[in-house]
Design a binder for this molecule. Structure first.
Ligand code: NAD
Length: 358
């Protein structure tokens, strides 16, 4: 898309002082990429009384839209913005000195390159881990008891139960991959259902150990769990954690849930697992190629992604469009911490939530 055409998406706030204000506690102007009405609402409320000028931009950050950032010291980004080295190089040609992520994950940021270019990256490390953990449980319950089908059936006067049979969660074995903030809450909820809990993480969580969670090797978890739920970050080592080989090790008919990042699952392998029955059901809130699909109304367009199109044909697959975080509580917390990050930047303070290069 032509950059000149994109400028029409920007809000008409008057421009005030720019780079020379930073560190002096003056107004900070922020370009908010991928703005939705709810972002605007929560960011506006959180910034009340603060010297922050938002410039809301509808398109997400990509190579094409990167030049829109050039007049702003700070930009605000989300999970599907493209913050690759090429985009960062473009940002560095303008005034951008801070990328304030309005999310926890930063797998879409080329951190080493940002560091080399002197662009700081801040994030919202925790907002509502309950939102995501509860959504994962929602996916499990819906897939198991088929609420989505029952809802439509009853509205059409069909009160038959054929095809709606589920299983008791009580007594089932649940494997939690990644027992950080979200994984721990998820484990606590599933413990409440009376499930046996297994976990795999590079470090064990005290809370989980107290709960009686049994840490095991990944292969054992794959083989023993009735339900596997992914809560680890997307890193080079976790990319396609669930691939052909891992699917082959699953207990036949296991349910797989992913509310973490799409790249944890090799989607083509998952389709194979669903066709063979090795995966009994799949619930995903994230998809590895979601950047081209999620957060937009595509109901009037032909989906070009054949893998995604195949995935949604399965009766035992439930896809939500990255809405795990989407609660009032989480949106308020995200906006408040983002404003806090921007205030620290504007006053030249050390950024509490800066993402360090490892
Ligand atoms: P966290 O940092 O608190 O926990 C992540 C856990 O994963 C840690 O315990 C860490 O030790 C573990 N881990 C790291 N490397 C691992 C590996 N190789 N194998 C297994 N475990 C490993 O993060 P969190 O806040 O619990 O978030 C978990 C994930 O949820 C993140 O990846 C985030 O991107 C995703 N998330 C999704 C949504 C959504 O809307 N769907 C919202 C927020 C976060």
């Amino acid at each position: 898309m032509d950059v000149k055409r994109l400028v029409k998406f920007m809000s008409p706030f008057p421009s005030q002082g720019r780079g020379d204000n930073i560190g002096k506690g003056k107004s900070v102007e922020v370009a908010v990429f991928g703005t939705k009405s709810y972002d605007r609402h929560f960011l506006d409320s959180a910034a009340e009384g603060a010297d922050i000028q938002w410039h809301f931009i509808e398109p997400r950050l990509t190579q094409t839209t990167a030049p829109l950032a050039s007049p702003f010291e700070a930009i605000c980004c989300f999970v599907n913005d493209e913050i690759s080295s090429d985009v960062l190089d473009k940002l560095a040609k303008g005034k951008t000195k801070l990328i304030a992520m309005r999310c926890a994950g930063y797998n879409n940021v080329d951190l080493p390159r940002a560091h080399e270019l002197g662009i700081q990256v801040a994030r919202v490390p925790a907002y509502s881990p309950y939102a995501v953990a509860e959504h994962a449980v929602g996916l499990i319950l819906t897939l198991n008891r088929k609420y989505h089908k029952a809802y439509n059936r009853v509205r059409e006067g069909d009160f038959s139960l054929n095809g709606l049979v589920g299983f008791d969660l009580h007594g089932k074995t649940v494997g939690v991959i990644g027992t950080g903030k979200i994984g721990q809450i998820f484990a606590r909820i599933m413990h409440g259902f009376g499930c046996e809990l297994l976990a795999y993480d590079v470090q064990q969580a005290e809370d989980c150990l107290k709960l009686g969670v049994n840490y095991k090797a990944l292969d054992e978890i794959l083989a023993q769990s009735d339900i596997i739920s992914l809560h680890c970050p997307l890193l080079p080592v976790t990319k396609h954690l669930i691939d052909d080989e891992a699917i082959g090790k699953l207990k036949a008919g296991a349910m797989v849930i992913n509310t973490s990042r799409g790249g944890l699952i090799d989607t083509v392998a998952a389709i194979g697992g669903l066709k063979s029955g090795q995966i009994g059901s799949l619930g995903i809130d994230v998809y590895e190629e979601e950047a081209e699909l999620f957060f937009e109304d595509k109901s009037e367009t032909v989906i070009q992604d054949d893998v995604f199109a195949r995935l949604v044909t399965f009766p035992n697959v439930l896809v939500t469009g990255h809405q795990g975080f989407f609660t009032q509580n989480a949106l308020e917390a995200i906006a408040q911490v983002t404003v806090q990050n921007l205030k620290e930047f504007a006053t030249g303070k050390t950024l509490t939530n800066e993402v360090a290069v490892s």
